[in-house]
Design a binder for this molecule. Sequence first.
Ligand code: AMP
Ligand code: GLY
Length: 416
Amino acid sequence: MKVLVVGSGGREHSIIEKLSLSQEVEKIYAAPGNGGTQDKAVCLDIGDDQIDELLAFAVEHQIDWTIVGPEVPLNAGIVDAFEEAGLNIFGPRKDAALIEGSKDFAKSFMEKYRIPTAAYQTFTDAEQAKAYIENQGAPIVIKADGLAAGKGVVVAVDKQEAFAAVDRMLLDNQFGNAGSRIVVEQFLEGKEFSLMAFVDGENVYPMVPARDHKRAYDGDEGPNTGGMGAYAPIPELREHVVETAVRNILVPAAKGMVQEGRPFSGILYAGLIETDQGPQVIEFNARFGDPETQVVLPLLQNDLIQVIVDVKKGKDPQLAWEEAYCIGTVVASKGYPGSYEKGIQLPELKQEGKEECFVIHAGTKLDGARLRSSGGRVLLVGSKQREQHLAQSSVYKYLERFDRDEHFFYRKDIGF
Ligand code: AMP
Ligand code: GLY
């Protein structure tokens, strides 16, 4: 098979690494990929949002399967376009991707199908939003309705902070159209985890749970980022909590989407919080999580393309998971998630002796034979081992090579 992977981040590099292990996969293309995907894939000069160009390429090169990483092309209708042209593509159509593309849609959908989530209300008027906040009190959470690259959520500790977020989104158009409507929701307390599943219509095949570390600095301090590291599975997460999440959240969501006439096909990602009342939904995503994918896919024992083919045929893919722990720590550019320098040469990434770690690229670019940084999250160093502490110590030993360069930073507490 010839497979096209759409996207340029660590998630896509991780998908490509997994596909490269398949006997069925003969050639992989990445659009556009990054500095780490060249080994296993042909990188194309086509952006992940250039749907017409991607479709033309897939038709011309007789691509057997296309796998879409990011939310933007999904919400722009890449799956609809490929399917209309008779091509195989894995991901939700535009009307189903809305479960991530509109928080207002996701919240009213959850309300309708009694999927546990925080109480909320939606506003387009700043004064009305503030009156609601005045009434509810703080802490309280303000969310831009549309896609905002993970930056559209403010957890306000007091009313002033909440009012300021309302003003930025509704009056100053901080997120443009994506923030012209906001969801104001109750603050939930508990530990977060991410649960992804392969979904097609009413069929749901859950993966192992993972935990992302969203804050920039150690001890969960600092601004929210796209994710600074992750681990899977989560030893302290009790099995029955995961089962409850599948039964009360993922399965009703898949069934509800079918009932709504917008069946979901692809990866359904539930961002969850374990509250005293059981797991509740923080957000749904319509795709693989980043960086969760980088620590979950290494544990998957099945052939990824076979899983996708089976799921799309309505057949149980019989997912099997390795009994091991995988942790991954992100190396980011100093300044991220704010502004940062690009083009910094990376240290040597080769390992001496046995390879205990793997490296997944995100914001890297090849410049001749040199690798340079090209984004906020530069790469992820991961390790999969029988014991969690061994995986951690391997990752942190490897990361020492970044300590000499003040252009990079990483969290020292991933998985601890
Ligand atoms: P999101 O982009 O929706 O995943 O939100 C980013 C982060 O904000 C989440 O990972 C949570 O830590 C936090 N968050 C979002 N919604 C809530 C909520 N209702 N209660 C508490 N924390 C929240
Ligand atoms: N790791 C969070 C996300 O992919 O949205």
